[in-house]
Design a protein around this ligand. Structure first.
Ligand code: ZN
Length: 459
């Protein structure tokens, strides 16, 4: 078989290395045409040795659920998919660790450890398709970061294959291990530009036995911050969710004729979904109600509705999670950014006043407030007035002005490459590029992602 535009010798070597089903060719406008499907770390190393020698670029592929276009092809890359490396190698109940191959799907891992009474505390909408390798490569966040941290905080060890095929096995299981550089952190969040993650050790926690959820109405941003600190201080370390919806979000999702009935009336300044995860169902429930009652007395909460069953809990979360609804409004762009809590209110005001110039503007704000992470959905109901570039400029210039981060939890990929300089100094970018050049001198690992090779350190 001859594949136009590709090195036929290299393809033949890869076919021999990977065996039956190890190489798939398809034609896709976005993803790479040639997909390599190794089954072992040794095969991944072989692929990298061959591609390094032939200067053939690669895009490591996970579940392809990222929103920064880290997985698309830009210059004839081959895709390196770990979809055949999905084994759960060990659930170690003594050390409370999970060892998996990088292609393992998040939900599969979560369910497997739950059977042993343990929690893998990573959770977000794409749990049914995101792979643990991709989650590590993008340092994914999600809904419980306030309690358990980002992917970076859950990963104890990694096995990585470098661009030249060197296998670095660093499958540490210990929480304390200060033996020189923490090598795994170089690859977490590197979006496949420094090495290919093949196996991981993840830290497990006890499975929570109680879950308390409430939707609250709050009158001011000041009260919102007061409430966050109040809940954090009085929940004995159990606070696991503090999801804020600005009124436009809540009112649209619970509008008349929508799927969701409004558990609280429209008209408040903010709506907050709070959640705690604990170990003592009765005590935790009582404490949750007491803490919320006191917050009301202190004037931090204007109105509240508590979930009394799993179906009520789900109904509250469904309001927060029904983000796809906003695509019905017209052409929109979702943004994922961070700003510090003390600048957040002014930041949102700045965006709102910028949007006032747009005909029939769509300006939806929500986010993981405890993590400084806001999601903005901006656009217009007048399709002809939609200006993709102007909206991006508004958001990223404002982020820069307030000293925030152009990416909170979705990475840089291709989509935010030209914005990176707004959140990172020239010295930081040069250091990143120095690592990239050292570990991947031929620039074969996910080239053109995070930064363009020809312009490191600009800005
Ligand atoms: Zn999010």
């Amino acid at each position: 078989m001859v594949t136009p535009g590709y090195d036929e010798t290299l393809l033949q070597q890869l076919r021999e290395l990977l065996g039956d089903g190890g190489l798939r060719i398809e034609h896709d406008e976005v993803l790479p045409d040639v997909i390599l499907r190794p089954q072992t770390t040794e095969q991944v190393a072989g692929v990298l040795r061959l591609c390094s020698a032939a200067a053939q670029p690669l895009v490591p592929l996970g579940g392809r659920t990222g929103l920064a276009n880290g997985h698309v092809q830009t210059c004839g890359e081959f895709g390196l998919s770990l979809e055949r490396m999905t084994a759960i190698e060990e659930i170690d109940t003594h050390n409370r660790t999970l060892t998996v191959q990088a292609g393992c799907i998040l939900q599969v891992a979560v369910e497997a450890v739950a059977e042993k009474g343990l929690l893998l505390p990573l959770d977000f909408g794409a749990r049914g398709s995101a792979t643990l390798g991709g989650i590590a490569a993008t340092n994914a966040g999600g809904n419980r970061v306030i309690r358990y941290g980002m992917a970076r905080d859950v990963i104890l060890g990694l096995e990585v294959v470098l661009a030249d095929g060197t296998v670095v096995t660093s499958l540490n299981k210990m929480l304390k291990n200060n033996t020189g550089y923490d090598i795994k952190q170089w690859f977490i969040g590197a979006e496949g530009t420094l090495g290919v993650i093949t196996r991981l050790v993840l830290r497990l926690r006890p499975l929570p036995r109680s879950e308390n959820t409430a939707l609250l109405a709050v009158d001011s941003f000041e009260a919102l911050i007061g409430l966050l600190h109040w809940m954090d201080e009085r929940s004995a370390g159990t606070l696991s969710g503090f999801e804020v919806m600005w009124p436009e979000f809540y009112q649209y999702i619970t509008r008349e004729g929508s799927l969701h009935r409004p558990p609280l009336p429209h008209g408040s300044a903010f709506y907050v979904l709070v959640e705690t995860l604990g170990s003592e169902p009765e005590l935790d429930g009582e404490r949750f109600e007491t803490v919320l009652g006191e917050a009301m007395e202190a004037g931090l909460v204007a109105d509240a509705v508590l979930a009394h069953s799993q179906s009520e809990r789900n109904a509250l979360w469904e309001i927060r999670d029904d983000v796809l609804e906003f695509f019905k409004l017209g052409p929109i762009i979702p943004f994922d950014i961070s700003v510090t809590l003390d600048t957040m209110e002014a930041f949102v005001e700045h965006i709102r006043s910028g949007m006032a110039a747009v005909p029939e503007p769509v300006c939806i704000v929500f986010g993981h407030l405890g993590d400084s992470n806001l999601h903005l959905i901006l656009g217009t109901k007048t399709a002809a007035a939609f200006d993709h570039e102007a909206l991006g400029t508004l958001v990223y210039e404002t982020v820069q002005r307030y000293g925030g981060s152009v990416s909170a939890e979705h990475g840089i990929g291709l989509s935010k490459r030209d914005q990176l300089h707004r959140s990172r100094s020239a010295a930081e970018l040069q250091l990143m590029w120095a690592m990239k050049s050292q570990l991947d001198p031929n620039n074969i690992l996910n080239p053109n992602k995070i930064f363009a090779a020809e312009t490191p350190g600009r800005g």
